[in-house]
Design a protein around this ligand. Sequence first.
Ligand code: CUA
Length: 313
Amino acid sequence: MIDDGFRLLPEQASTHAPRVDLLYFFLLGLAVLFTVLIAALIVYFSIKYRRGNTHVDRAPGSGHALVLEITWMVIPFLISMVIFGWGATLYFSGYRPPAGAMDVRVVAKQWMWKFQHPNGNREINALHVPLGQPVKLTMISEDVIHSLYVPAFRTKRDVLPGSYATCWFQATRTGEFHLFCAEYCGTNHSRMTGSVVVLEPAEYEAWLGGGAANESPVEAGKRLFQELRCAACHMPESAPVRGPPLQNVYGHEVILKGGQTMTADENYLRESILRPGAKVVNGYEPIMPSFDGQLDEEQLIQLIAYLKSLATP
Ligand code: CUA
């Protein structure tokens, strides 16, 4: 059971959580400091310049006070730059998964969360993860915008239809933690909840072994790749070579028609399967048929997992 005893902040259960809280308390402290300072000055000046007090100088000011004006511009500027730099650093560390993170695929739909582990285990509205290991979530929606939110990890990311979003976390304590949808997505939005269960690595291994034997996403992707006859054009042994070879594409630079280059990530691969004409690799003709409507999100994820497995990092 999840411990829902009264507390001001959720538990800190990931490496990211204490760092987010530190920034939060810094902002809170700053707000309190200025609130108290301004309130105290209001009270002080109200008393000092009250009607009838003849012991104060009420002569008009002498126009500009340059030093004072520069001070009240420079100090807030420096404070806001500190907030910006600090926040941006935290954001990047929170949304750029470290290399070697465990890959979990997430498909959201009205109104459930579907998870698949690297070995193929699937679960719905629950996610089991090992303690102390970075876990990367690659997430997509089958319908509307959802948002994956785990307060104890201080992790929240919108899950969009049509494009992969990623986030990652590393759990620092075992237990069960809330998982919410944080984007209004229809009638049962408030019930689109679940839990993240953090297990000791050995327990996690045991849990994986206990699930029904599944094809891993890579194996399922390989099977799809064969069924859809992708190799007929894309593998170097096929002649004539009509499509670019797919080994070492994921994570590498590709040169597009027109000389543009880009890094082939999950979203590029997805687009190239569904809208092959959008970004054609230099030296090839746009002859590939679209697979839009023939593959569901989970099959697309599997194909991409297989393409990913063909690349060396
Ligand atoms: Cu899904 Cu709100």
